[in-house]
Design a protein around this ligand. Structure first.
Ligand SMILES: CC/C=C\C=C\CC(=O)SCCNC(=O)CCNC(=O)[C@H](O)C(C)(C)COP(=O)(O)OP(=O)(O)OC[C@H]1O[C@@H](n2cnc3c(N)ncnc32)[C@H](O)[C@@H]1OP(=O)(O)O
Length: 303
């Protein structure tokens, strides 16, 4: 299969190399609450950027999170994403000022059906914005420092990988503010940490979780000494992922997400149908050939 003739032919036409580096300088501008940069080739950094308001999630931020990750899903110069918070802490959750304004908006309606319509639409939108992280086929690494509260927990459990610094703490605070969490934590956290008893305890009491416990229960995969080393570690991991075939990485993420929500046979069907096409991609041929011939890993064309 891996004849030296075939290998030489592949090496003669590295379309991948030619297509790879263009547009490296392009960034996404125009966000009010997010800073989006490209710290390394093919690696995006999305930073919650309302440091003076403790990165609280106001209406603009909810919307921009959805838009940003839906855009990154289709950008061929993006292969992996790190999600960080600027300033003192990762995020203090939903902007409670927005909630007060929402109360005012509801009060303008007399009828319960009209009030319900406003709430249903808002919750649906917020759910969809958070789910954009999961919809995006590029892996998202959440790097949490200091506080990660309420809506911010909904956000990070929709990411693929979580890491934190040693000053981090996590709080499913909704019960404490008199509501049931409604944008993902109650659905995703049980699958993330695989311990229903602990999930129930955290969500029913709103107690804070510290990094050692977060690591032990699998909420985060690694704890770093400081925010700087955390971001450096997240970037290193993102770079590693970005060096792999985007065909392999994106389909692996899609398949893992699908597997979480479906039974094993449906999952096997899913990957079989995808791979009857994707195993014909040049990425598989080039990467497998490099392994077989002990050559350096290939570069891959944009996807
Ligand atoms: C459809 C619904 C979808 C999602 C729902 C999500 C629900 C949630 O997110 S529940 C969680 C809500 N968040 C909170 O309850 C956090 C409240 N804040 C705190 O506990 C603390 O501020 C802190 C994060 C631990 C930080 O403490 P500290 O460093 O002492 O700062 P403070 O002096 O307390 O705060 C500084 C400044 O920020 C304002 N602020 C803090 N959190 C929020 C918030 N969530 N919303 C709006 N504003 C917030 C605080 O009021 C202070 O404002 P000043 O104007 O400076 O007084």
């Amino acid at each position: 299969m891996f004849s030296s003739v075939a290998f030489r032919q592949l090496k003669k036409s590295p379309i991948s190399v030619l297509k790879q580096t263009k547009n490296f300088a392009s960034t996404m501008e125009g966000f009010e609450t997010l800073s989006v940069t490209i710290p390394k080739p093919f690696v995006y950094q999305v930073e919650l950027n309302r440091p003076k308001r403790l990165n609280t999630m106001n209406r603009a931020m909810w919307f921009e999170i959805g838009k940003c990750f839906d855009d990154l899903a289709t950008r061929d110069d993006c292969r992996s994403i790190i999600l960080t918070g600027s300033g003192k802490l990762f995020s203090a959750g939903i902007d409670l000022q927005d909630m007060i304004e929402l109360g005012g908006q509801l009060a303008e309606q007399e009828d319960i059906a009209r009030k319900c319509k406003i709430l249903e639409q808002m919750i649906k939108n917020y759910q969809d914005y958070i789910s954009a992280l999961e919809r995006c086929p590029k892996p998202v690494i959440a790097a949490v420092h200091n506080a990660c509260i309420g809506g911010a927990v909904d956000l990070i459990v929709a990411a693929d990988i979580r890491m934190c610094s040693s000053d981090a703490w996590f709080q499913v605070k909704e019960a404490e503010i008199g509501m049931a969490a409604d944008v993902g934590t109650l659905q995703r956290l049980p699958r993330v940490i695989g311990n229903q008893s602990l999930v129930n305890e955290l969500c029913l009491t709103s107690r804070k979780m510290e990094p050692i416990e977060a690591k032990d229960c699998g909420l985060v995969s690694k704890v770093f000494d400081s925010r700087d080393s955390l971001v450096a570690g997240a970037l290193e991991l993102a770079e590693n992922i970005a060096s792999k075939s985007p065909v392999a990485v994106q389909l692996t993420k899609r398949t893992l997400v699908h597997a979480r929500n479906n039974n094993t046979q449906d999952g096997l069907d899913f990957i079989r149908y995808w791979n009857m096409t994707m195993l014909q991609s040049e990425d598989f041929i080039n990467a497998a050939m490099a392994q077989a011939t002990k050559s350096p890993p290939p570069t891959f064309a944009k996807l």
